[in-house]
Design a protein around this ligand. Structure first.
Ligand code: SAH
Ligand code: TMP
Ligand code: ZN
Length: 407
C-alpha cells in the first residue's frame, strides 16, 4: 500500500510500468552492469486528486554533478523563457529593487533575462554541472536543493523575495510540504510564487504516458495544486496554459486575500471536473489507452523492420526512456538516437542501451524513419529537417496517437 505524499490518502494504482532505469542517466558500456532500476508506478489519490509516483528515486541519484538536461539547447525553450522573464518583469517586478528566486534555474535559461536588467536574483540549482553553467553566465546561483534550511539561509543573506519562480521543477520535488513551507518563509507578505509544470489534463488528453518517469514525481492539476497550497494559507490565484513540454500549466500562488482571484481559476477547475480529473475511472481509461498505444507502436516498428527499413530515434529525451523500455525498443529496432546535447552523445540510452549520436550522424545517412521522441519540439524539428522529408524520410510519432507524419 502507498500513501499520498500530500494528504496521506491511500493511492489507487493507475499504471505499473515495471522496473525502469533513471531516465536522464545516459551510460557508458562499463556502467551497464551496475545500472540502477526502480519500480515505476503511478497512483491517484481519491482524496486530494494528486496523481503521483508511488515510489520515488532519491533526488541525489537524479540531480548531481552530471545532470544531462540543459535547458538552453532548445531554441523554443529559449524563446519561451525570454517571454516568461519579460512577463514577470512587466507584471511583478516593477517595485524598487525587487528580489527574485528561481528554483531549478538549470543553466540560467530564464534568469539571464532578469540579470541583464540588473534585477537582484538568486538561482537555486542542485545539479553542480548545470549550476556551473549558470554561474559562467555571470548569474548569482547556489548549488543546493530548495528546502526550508536553504530558505532560511537565503532570508538571512538577501532578505525576503518579491517573486519565486520555477519551471519544470516543482513536480520533481517529493516533499511538496517542505516546498510550501519554504515558499511561505521566503516570500514577502504580498509576494507571488509562479511556477509551471507539465499539465495532467494534457497528459491524459494526449495519452502522453512518456511524461511519466523518475523525475516527475507529481502530475499536477489546478485542483491538486490549489488544495496543496491552501494547507499553508496560500491559493492558486491565476493560471495560464502553456504549449511547451506538450502542454503545461503556469500557476500563480499568493497568500489568501492578498490578490484578487482570476475568474480563469474556477473556469479551468470546472473544465478539470468535466474531463474527470477527480475520478479514478478516468485514469483506468488512460491506462487502457497507454496499453493500446504500446501495441500499436510495437506493431508499426515490427512491420517496418520486416520490410527492411532503418529507424533512428530523434531526441534522446528523458521521456523516451519510458517509451523505449515499456515498449522494449532496443538497438535491434532503433539503430541510434540522435541528440544535440554533447553530454549525451557517445553514451547509451538508459535501460535499452541504444547508442546516442550527434545530429550530424542523422543527416549524413538519412534513415527511412525517425521515431520522434522529442515530439514536444515537433515544429522546431520538422522545420529544420525539411531535407529528410524531401528525400522521402518519415517521422513516426506516438503522441497523441501512433501515426506517421509525412510531408
Ligand atoms: N527550469 C529549467 C530546468 C528544468 S529541469 C527548465 O524548465 O528548463 C529541473 C531542474 O531542477 C534541474 O536542473 C534540477 O537539477 C533542478 N532541481 C531538482 N530538484 C530540485 C530542488 N529540490 N530544488 C531546486 N532545483 C531542483
Ligand atoms: P526535452 O523534451 O526535455 O526538452 O528534451 C529535448 C531533447 O531533445 C534534448 O536532449 C535535446 C534534444 N533535441 C534534439 O536533439 N534536437 C532538437 O532539434 C531539439 C529541439 C531537441
Ligand atoms: Zn492525497
Amino acid at each position: 500500500m502507498s500513501l499520498c505524499r500530500v494528504c496521506d490518502g491511500e493511492l489507487k494504482t493507475v499504471i505499473s510500468f515495471g522496473q525502469m532505469p533513471v531516465a536522464n542517466a545516459f551510460l557508458t558500456p562499463s556502467e551497464f552492469a551496475s545500472e540502477y532500476f526502480f519500480d515505476l508506478k503511478v497512483g491517484f489519490c481519491p482524496i486530494c486528486c494528486m496523481v503521483q509516483l508511488q515510489k520515488c528515486v532519491a533526488p541525489e541519484k537524479l540531480f548531481h554533478n552530471k545532470y544531462a538536461y540543459l535547458s538552453s539547447l532548445s531554441l523554443r525553450m529559449n524563446q519561451h523563457f525570454r517571454a516568461f522573464a519579460e512577463d514577470m518583469k512587466a507584471r511583478y517586478l516593477t517595485s524598487h529593487n525587487p528580489f527574485v528566486v528561481e528554483i531549478g534555474c538549470n543553466d540560467g535559461v530564464m534568469l539571464q533575462h532578469l540579470a541583464s536588467d540588473r534585477i537582484r536574483h538568486l538561482g537555486v540549482e542542485p545539479s553542480r554541472n548545470v549550476a556551473a553553467l549558470a554561474k559562467d553566465k555571470g548569474l548569482n546561483a547556489v548549488c543546493r536543493f530548495f528546502d526550508e534550511t536553504l530558505a532560511k539561509d537565503i532570508l538571512k543573506k538577501y532578505g525576503s523575495a518579491d517573486l519565486i519562480v520555477g519551471a519544470n521543477v516543482i513536480c520533481h520535488i517529493p516533499d511538496l510540504h517542505a516546498v510550501a513551507r519554504a515558499v511561505d518563509m521566503l516570500l514577502k507578505p504580498s509576494g507571488l510564487f509562479v511556477f509551471e509544470d507539465p499539465y495532467l489534463g494534457e497528459i491524459v488528453k494526449k495519452t502522453a504516458y512518456d511524461q511519466i518517469y523518475d523525475e516527475h514525481v507529481y502530475y499536477l492539476s489546478i485542483a491538486s495544486v490549489d488544495s496543496m497550497f491552501r494547507r499553508y494559507g496560500m491559493a492558486v490565484v491565476d493560471v495560464e496554459p502553456q504549449s511547451v513540454h506538450g502542454g503545461s500549466m503556469r500557476y500563480t500562488i499568493a497568500r489568501r486575500q492578498t490578490v484578487e482571484l482570476s475568474p480563469k481559476v474556477d473556469e479551468k477547475k470546472r473544465l478539470e471536473e468535466s474531463i474527470g480529473l477527480h475520478k479514478y475511472e478516468t485514469f483506468v481509461r488512460f491506462r487502457m489507452r497507454i496499453e493500446k498505444s504500446r501495441e500499436q507502436l510495437q506493431e508499426l516498428i515490427r512491420d517496418a523492420k520486416l520490410r527492411g527499413k532503418r529507424i533512428v530515434g530523434y531526441g534522446a529525451t528523458s521521456k523516451s526512456a519510458t517509451v523505449t523500455n515499456y515498449c522494449s525498443l532496443g538497438p535491434d529496432s532503433i539503430d541510434f538516437v540522435c541528440d544535440t546535447t554533447p553530454a549525451k552523445q557517445g553514451k547509451y540510452s538508459p535501460g535499452m542501451h541504444i547508442p546516442i549520436k550527434p545530429n550530424e550522424d542523422f543527416v549524413k545517412d538519412y534513415p527511412d524513419f525517425a521515431l520522434l521522441f522529442a515530439w514536444n519540439h515537433k515544429e522546431e524539428i520538422l522545420g529544420k529537417e525539411q531535407e529528410f522529408l524531401k528525400r522521402g524520410g518519415q517521422f513516426i510519432t506516438y503522441v497523441p496517437s501512433v501515426s506517421i507524419l509525412s510531408r
